[in-house]
Design a protein around this ligand. Structure first.
Ligand SMILES: Cc1cc2nc3c(=O)[nH]c(=O)nc-3n(C[C@H](O)[C@H](O)[C@H](O)COP(=O)(O)OP(=O)(O)OC[C@H]3O[C@@H](n4cnc5c(N)ncnc54)[C@H](O)[C@@H]3O)c2cc1C
Length: 457
């Protein structure tokens, strides 16, 4: 209790860097109200979190924290150190009786919260980063989790979600000291630009998407060269907007339903990871661990640098390097190329994405990779080998996407840009030659699959 008899509450922000539709923040405000006190908003910079993130993601986080601070009237505490020590000190200093959080479901977050609770600090969990929390959608027939997306989707809709939480009109806030204001100054690497961070930016973009893109989303979402998707992934990753908010205004048209289904993929993968924690690093379908793979070498470096000689693949990898984001269509194409054309294990690509994506999400990344590699949650997987040339022709017909990211090919027409080896001036500006022959590698990849096939198949 403070000297004037009031008690405060701590709001520990983690993957929920927003004010609106934030049930944990509302609970913290309510606790403060009961105690006659204020809310202590804090974000703890954890060396483990920082160590694992690439520079673009850190730059994004730094900007997101500043945006949150602005919405909190400059009262956000940004503290570096051990969670238990930081929270213990804050509790004592502010006479705070409760610590409020959104619930975490991934291994790292769950273990961190357990450790905090083991130290004697109790955490009040309200809400989570999902419309339906992982673990809640189960088969009515035998109470086991779903392994296949489509039935999960149906059941997920039946479980349903609440309307967005009411946004607080006024938040009573404590005043931090200068020592509490350790805002990181993580710079963006030269030559890179990232999406605008923060809750306001998320709402602005979502309003734009709703007005201009959503009604045709089912037709635009695969076209890599146009602005045809929501770009909500980084905002969702940091909780600058909640999926409930995105789902709230959707109707039952094909376009809206397609968008709802994409949100559901994020929830499905979170559920799969929750029920299969080892799939974070192990093959979801174990027999693929027995497959013959190559070791990463020069070809892997060419993939990382966007110099494979396949224009659609290279454009995508360069988009990742310069923007920290990649279109979903090309995420599948480059992932397939790494596993099926270069014969490398999916974990190499997953790690590279993890380093470079501003929207890196453990479950979506791991299971996006495993799905494309053919060892994930899919019924007839491995035979699907993406053809990087045909995919480019189909989903970047005029070559605008390639032209934007691969200047060496900008002089080529839409007809020629997907196969620069077929035209005389294809290599005029030193575009690299193909590092492998896709047709041959496809055959090789299927031959390796034969080797691990169970005798009955
Ligand atoms: C190999 C691979 C790795 C991926 N890694 C990530 C990752 O680290 N983080 C991440 O957020 N997404 C990942 N995805 C999924 C998807 O590519 C991105 O969510 C999407 O491109 C983000 O752009 P958007 O917000 O404009 O998507 P939209 O098309 O507007 O979709 C709306 C939202 O639905 C969700 N969503 C859409 N597609 C998928 C999907 N296939 N799987 C899971 N959720 C989906 C995302 O939250 C997305 O923001 C990965 C996909 C693949 C194939």
């Amino acid at each position: 209790m403070t000297s004037n008899g009031t008690t405060n509450s701590i709001m520990w922000f983690r993957r929920d860097l927003r004010i609106s539709d934030n049930p944990a923040l509302n609970a913290a405000i309510e606790s403060a109200h009961v105690g006659g006190g204020s809310v202590v908003p804090v974000f703890i910079l954890d060396p483990a979190l920082i160590g694992g993130a690439g520079s673009k993601r850190l730059a994004y986080l730094g900007r997101s924290l500043r945006a949150l601070n602005e919405s909190l009237n400059n009262s956000l505490h940004v503290l570096i150190g051990d969670h238990v020590e930081v929270l213990t000190e804050l509790k004592k200093r502010y006479s705070a009786t409760t610590v409020h959080i959104s619930e975490e479901f991934e291994r790292f977050g769950v273990e961190r919260d357990k450790r905090v609770e083991a130290s004697g600090i109790s955490l009040t969990r309200t809400g989570s980063p999902y419309a339906v929390s992982p673990g809640r959608v189960r088969k009515p027939s035998d109470d086991t989790p779903y392994k296949v997306y489509t039935p999960f989707y149906r059941a997920w809709r039946e479980v349903g979600w609440r309307d967005p939480a009411v946004s607080p009109k006024k938040i009573p806030l404590v005043t931090p000291t200068a020592n509490d204001r350790n805002f990181p100054d993580w710079a963006l690497p030269e030559g890179t630009t990232i999406l605008e961070a923060g809750e306001k930016a998320a709402h602005k973009r979502f309003a734009y998407f709703t007005k201009n893109i959503l009604d045709a989303y089912d037709q635009t979402r695969n076209l890599a060269g146009m602005d045809g998707t929501s770009r909500m992934s980084a905002h969702l990753k940091w909780g600058e907007i909640h999926p409930r908010t995105l789902l709230a205004g959707l109707n039952n048209t094909t376009a809206h339903d397609t968008f709802r289904k994409e949100i559901a993929w994020r929830e499905f993968y979170a559920d799969v990871l929750f029920n299969n924690p080892k799939s974070e690093y192990e093959y979801y379908a174990p027999r693929f661990a027995q497959m013959r793979y190559d070791k990463p070498g020069k070809k892997f470096s060419a993939w990382c640098e966007g110099k494979t000689g396949y224009p659609f693949v290279d454009a995508a990898m360069r988009q990742l390097l310069t923007e920290g984001w990649m279109h979903n269509r090309t995420r599948m194409v480059v992932a397939s190329f790494l596993v099926k054309d270069l014969h490398l294990e999916w974990q190499h690509g997953e790690k590279f994405f993890r380093e470079h994506l501003i929207d890196f999400d453990l479950a979506s990344n791991i299971h996006g990779w495993q799905w494309t590699a053919g060892c994930g949650t899919d019924a007839s997987p491995y035979y699907r080998v993406f053809n990087p040339i045909e995919q480019g022709k189909r989903f970047d017909e005029d070559g605008d996407y390639i032209r934007k990211y691969v200047p060496e090919l900008a002089h080529l027409s839409g007809n020629d840009i997907h196969e620069p080896w077929t035209v005389l001036d294809g290599y005029l500006h030193d575009y690299p030659e193909r590092i492998v022959d896709h047709a041959l590698e496809r055959v090789e990849s299927l031959a390796r699959l034969e080797e691990i096939k169970p005798p009955s198949e």
